[in-house]
Design a protein around this ligand. Structure first.
Ligand code: BGC
Length: 736
């Protein structure tokens, strides 16, 4: 790569970073400066001290033998002892991206639950991601934690993945920009954030052994690009490696992922922590793993005495152990953990934090269909609410990321299952009642509730009411994929019957990801509320009645059927027995996920490649007003256009720019986006700097752009595109 092209690529990235950082945001942490200080500390460490930061327990009773709890440990995901002599604090770790996790009620203190990751991402709003991150990071800190295991950014290669709700998007640019902003927000609290699960952790079925096959090029252009952008934008102190295998090697012992790509090509200076129970052996250290987390879940404590013995016997191991310590210390110093200790018992303003969660929910709710019935009139006389425990609360996703406020869940439905995590899994609803919120906005209405178990009874109520609102749920959990994209428990039949009885039937979806909607043409309106978090009830009501103009856009494609997916049948779904710990069962060597089927054409790109028509495309979302985005002008990697609110209400739009062809060859890649808030009649000129990696191919260790015509279009979504505008770009080749 020439110096000129390096400089161009760097300048484009810097411009992109600047355009997404708002004035009040803290800058990303400075890993380089911290690295020098870390090296000095390592030079003072004894051999014993060098295996203190390298491993630790999960300070929770997990059903098996629980190691003794250190005096200063807090119940949570992880504990790594400190080194007092050197002023190095212990690492106290909690999950995760939606807030300080609840660990199935072992913690009783309560925390503010952000909406699910996919709900956050549906805002397409990096500034909001920053605010959300800053909020959950402040709660972690106030509870005494100095590491938040947030930053889940695996690309959604399969919407049946049980962790779809936790992740962000199917596109690398959108995912990377959003996770980077969240990490900056979290780390602004002088705590460390992770980015996870590195990498290609695309399904939960057989998650500890599924073996991913993908070409290096496709990996760099998709999943790895999301991580790379997230790391550039957020500078996380830590990367958590994943459970799965890649080309036969466990991700946490994967030379290619950890040593070659992350630390070599990308020059990452922080540390790699293992996922819990993901370390296969001591040799993982030489492959790039720096810290063994939740060690009681692994076959042995590898990174304690065993590591010390190796370091004493072999200079290569000694050097590696020094490097492991240096990296962990770099993260500690970069976020200032030693100088700004976390503060157990710190004050939390739950009312203010709840409003952050509510704002995220409001910006993430997506209006999918509206025949004019929405927004609802506050003067409605009678409203029938049906299903989804909407009298009590809103659904949340389960697993390590689950958060609840003080008082715990409104509703808990236990789930049968085996494996160490089984006790952590239940279908739970946050205490935020949509019904109460609806009643308070439509104060004169008679609001009734039926749980939806008996269709005839629900239909009767719907007939008696001006409006029927069906709350339909699809529960997802870590550790388990959903078998298909249907709404479970007969909800499709319920919706169809209610819609037949009342033409003003609105469906509110609380789902982890996409679902099929066989009743779509029969209902008056549909909103996708995802898992809307601690204040989901008021957020949903606010959108239904128009106090909030919906502005969420789908961060992933809603397929019309499973047959449209790269893998119509999820690998292993027909023979792997569900086990929440994901431990290998017989035949596990056979479980292969072939990601070369779609390669880097994940999600909408796969649909574009095949000309398949989804139920709702990536980027889709309606509003109560109308927008026109016009006047696309391109100069090199800069794009300019104007967004106008052509309707009657204030609202936000998400302008989307897509690469649609390169030298005549059809492509579909999100090249830039910008959320804009506009009063009725208002307009704004938007400038977007295009990241050249989106236009390039990754070949033989470099990014390569051929010279020629690059055509771009403005998109209402990935399918509804304006007339393309072309720009001539010269050939480039550069390294990460
Ligand atoms: C999950 C991680 C989580 C860890 C600690 C694992 O099972 O995959 O995302 O951070 O547990 O709870």
């Amino acid at each position: 790569m020439t110096n000129k092209t390096t400089a161009l690529a760097t300048a484009a990235m810097t411009a992109l970073a600047i355009s997404h950082a708002s004035a009040q945001e803290a800058p990303a942490v400075d890993m380089k400066a911290a690295d020098a200080r870390a090296a000095a500390t390592v030079s003072q460490m004894t051999a014993d001290e060098k295996v203190v930061l390298t491993h630790g327990i999960m300070p929770l009773p997990l059903g098996g033998p629980t190691p003794p709890m250190p005096k200063d440990a807090i119940p949570g995901a992880g504990y790594i002892p400190g080194i007092e002599r050197l002023g190095v604090p212990a690492l106290k770790e909690t999950d995760a991206s939606l807030g300080v996790s609840y660990v199935m009620g072992i913690r009783k203190d309560g925390a503010t639950a952000l909406p699910s990751g996919v709900a956050q991402a549906a805002s397409w709003n990096p500034d909001l991601m920053y605010r959300g991150g800053a909020m959950i990071g402040s709660e972690a800190r106030a509870k005494g934690f100095n590491v938040l295991l947030a930053g889940g950014v695996n690309l959604m290669r399969d919407p049946r993945n049980g962790r779809t709700f936790e992740y962000l998007a199917e596109d690398p640019l959108l995912s990377g920009m959003l996770v980077g902003a969240a990490i900056r927000g979290i780390q602004s609290n002088h705590i460390i954030s992770t980015i996870k699960h590195f990498a290609l952790n695309g399904q939960e079925t057989g998650r500890k052994y599924v073996d991913v096959k993908i070409s290096e090029s496709a990996a760099h252009e998709s999943d790895l690009l999301a991580f790379k952008i997230g790391i550039e934008q957020g500078q996380p102190g830590s990367v958590m490696c994943a459970y799965n295998r890649v080309w036969g090697e466990q991700a946490c012992a994967n030379e290619w992922l950890l040593n070659k790509v992350l630390k070599g090509e990308w020059g990452y200076k922080g540390f790699v922590m293992s996922d819990w129970g993901a370390v296969p052996n001591l040799e993982s250290a030489m492959k790039g793993l720096d810290q063994q987390s939740g060690e009681q879940l692994d076959p042995a404590v590898f990174f304690g005495d065993k590591l010390k013995d190796k370091a004493a016997a072999d200079p290569a191991w000694k050097a590696r152990v020094d490097d492991m310590n240096r990296r962990i210390l770099t993260a500690i110093y970069a976020s200032g953990l030693d100088k700004n200790p976390a503060n157990p018992g710190g004050k939390i303003d739950f009312a203010a934090n709840g409003m952050v969660a509510e704002d995220v929910a409001k910006q993430g709710i997506v209006l999918l269909k509206n025949n004019g019935a929405l927004p609802l009139a506050k003067t409605a006389k009678s409203i029938a609410i049906i299903g989804g425990y909407a009298d009590g609360g809103v659904l949340s996703g389960a697993g390590s990321s689950q958060v609840h406020g003080e008082g715990g869940p409104a509703v808990t439905k236990p789930v049968a299952g085996k494996g160490v995590w089984a006790g952590f899994i239940a279908q739970q609803y946050h205490r935020s009642s949509p019904m109460d919120a609806i009643q308070s906005l439509a104060s004169q209405a008679k609001v009734t509730f039926r749980d939806g178990r008996y269709i005839a009874d629900a239909v009767e109520k719907a007939k008696q009411s001006e409006v029927a609102i069906v709350f339909a749920t699809q529960w997802q959990t870590e550790g388990l994929d959903v078998p298909d994209l249907s709404l479970p428990d007969g909800q499709d039949a319920l919706i169809a019957a209610v819609a037949a009885a009342n033409p003003n039937t609105i469906v509110v979806l609380e789902t982890g990801g996409p679902v099929k909607m066989p009743w779509l043409d029969k209902v008056a309106g549909v909103i996708e509320a995802w898992y809307p978090g601690a204040r989901g009830g008021p957020a949903i009501a606010s959108v239904l009645f128009g106090d909030t103009n919906p502005s969420g856009r789908l961060p992933l494609t809603f397929p019309a059927s499973e047959a449209q997916l790269p893998r119509p049948k999820l690998d292993g779904s027909d023979w792997v027995e569900p086990d929440f710990s994901g431990n290998p069962s017989s035949g596990s060597d056979k479980l292969v996920a072939d990601y070369d089927i779609e390669g880097s054409d994940v999600g909408y790109r796969w649909f574009a490649r095949n000309g398949a028509k989804p139920l709702f495309p990536f980027g889709y979302g309606l509003s109560y007003t109308t927008f026109e985005t016009t006047g696309l002008k391109l100069k090199g990697l800069s794009a300019k256009f104007t967004v106008k609110n052509t309707g009657q209400r204030e609202g936000a739009d998400v302008a989307q720019l897509y690469l649609v062809s390169r030298n005549g060859e059809a492509k579909r890649r999100l090249a830039g986006f910008q959320r804009v808030n506009l009063p009725a009649g208002g307009s704004q000129t938007v400038s977007v700097t295009i990241d050249p990696r989106i236009l390039a191919d990754w070949k033989d260790g470099s990014w390569t752009m051929p010279s020629g015509e690059y055509a771009f279009a403005l998109g209402k979504d990935a399918e509804t595109l304006s007339t393309p505008v072309s720009v001539r770009l010269t050939a480039r080749k550069w390294k990460d």
